[in-house]
Design a protein around this ligand. Structure first.
Ligand code: AMP
Ligand code: MG
Length: 408
């Protein structure tokens, strides 16, 4: 049995990032991964413009003013946002100007409206600006044409959407989304629409894993339920590895008489590099790679075990596959535990619960009810897993604990 850290390394080494790209409309790009470096051909701001509603002036004219001796300037123009000013402001003159409006020639400083008083065609400057250029957004101050705006491998979220829009990238080239086949194995399983007969179990894993894939940018391919019958499993696995980059199956990887997955993967030419990991829940985990590049994750059937395996290990693999640039590390933080936490200490133990902000400090709040890998009910609202390393059997309330954050 290998450690979680070793498993993480082996898995990441098995995965190569996708190379295939597609060019899509910007408004379809949220959550996608940029496949090319983007540069802009416009400075940002595009031109000198006003950061305030107020008056555009020449600094030298107003440098010496104060409330007792306000400086009076002649208002010679009004410049709203969106037009190119045609005038030039001379000494002793000012223009009325609004936020975002382009500066006319001669103006180097903006006096905010609150520090002025309009008197007919004149404006009184009640306090002088702190420096030449105050409240001016200078052309190219935030970004200069030709510099890198966004690098390949960047995930497109709200800020990146704004950046791409402002650079007028109406089309973007992104990596194609990873395709992930999901199948559930077990004679006892039925679908959500079948009538539950004694002894049966409803296939919740299919849905949980589909949500996990969708949330992490992949395309789930639901292959449904397959009975614990080697020929049927084999057929499904062949279908799965031929249509997907990753396969996630649940069940059939323990040591029971109906656990056939490992044997079938080998028969099909899969190279198994992991068959169990020293974690709890989630110990039975088979990872194999096929010659066509497909990586197979045989997860345990218990619903919590399957999800913990996804959260801790599959997620990083999916990030790497997706083309996201980064160091593919789990998001761990240290917080105070609000409860006593315990483990048998033999395997790295994952305890589910919530990170909650209490009086400005994050606390780990243990999920109510049993920590049992079949208990998918108290898994609801989980956004964090506390981790007790091998050898640690207890963390007392108020002590710190390392927590895996599950938010993206
Ligand atoms: P296995 O790993 O096949 O031994 O399954 C372990 C436990 O997980 C058994 O109690 C199964 O009934 C349960 N289980 C297996 N697959 C699923 C599934 N797709 N959805 C919900 N529970 C499952
Ligand atoms: Mg089973």
């Amino acid at each position: 049995m290998i450690s979680v850290q070793e498993a993480q390394k082996i898995i990441l080494d098995l995965v190569t990032s996708l190379q295939e790209t597609e060019t899509i409309d910007l408004d379809q790009a949220t959550g996608r991964i940029l496949a090319e470096t983007v540069t802009g051909d416009l400075d940002f701001p595009y031109w000198d413009n006003s950061a305030m509603d107020g008056y555009g002036v020449r600094f030298e004219d107003v440098n010496e003013g104060n409330t007792n001796q306000p400086i009076s300037l002649k208002i010679v123009a009004e410049i709203p946002a969106g037009i190119k000013p045609e005038i030039s402001i001379q000494s002793g003159e000012a223009c009325r100007i609004f936020t975002g409006a382009m500066l006319p020639d001669g103006v180097d400083t903006i006096i905010m409206q609150e520090n002025t008083q309009q008197q007919g065609k004149q404006v009184l400057v009640l306090s002088s600006p702190k420096y030449c250029g105050e409240f001016v957004r200078k052309k190219g101050n935030f970004y200069q044409a030709g510099e890198i705006l966004l690098s390949a491998g960047t995930k497109i979220n709200e800020p990146e959407m704004a950046i791409l829009a402002t650079a007028q990238c109406s089309k973007v080239t992104v990596y194609r989304r990873p395709r992930v086949a999901i199948l559930s194995t077990g004679n006892e399983l039925i679908t959500t629409t079948q009538k539950l007969e004694p002894g049966q179990i409803i296939d919740s894993n299919q849905y949980a894993l589909k949500a996990f894939i969708l949330k992490n940018g992949g395309i789930p391919i639901s292959l449904g339920i397959v009975e614990d019958e080697p020929n049927l499993i084999k057929e499904k696995i062949i279908e799965a590895i031929n249509c997907a980059d990753f396969v996630l199956s649940t069940g059939g990887v323990s040591v029971g008489d109906y656990d056939y997955i490992d044997q079938i993967l080998e028969e099909l030419g899969g190279k198994i590099s992991i068959s169990s990991v020293a974690m709890k829940p989630g110990k039975p985990l088979t990872v194999a790679k096929f010659d066509n590049g497909c990586v197979y994750f045989g997860l345990p059937g218990n619903p919590v075990s399957a999800l913990v395996g996804c959260w801790r290990l599959v997620k990083l693999a999916l990030y790497k596959l997706s083309g996201i640039k980064g160091d593919y590390k789990p998001q761990l933080i240290t917080v105070k535990s609000n409860h006593d936490l315990s483990s048998q200490g033999k395997r790295e133990t994952y305890i589910w619960g919530q990170l909650k902000l209490v009086n400005g400090e994050y606390l780990f709040i243990l999920a109510k009810g049993q920590q049992n890998s079949a208990n998918l009910i108290n898994l609801g609202f989980t956004n964090a897993l506390a981790i007790l390393p091998i050898g640690v059997t207890k963390i007392k309330q108020g002590e710190t604990v390392t927590v895996l954050m599950l938010c993206n």
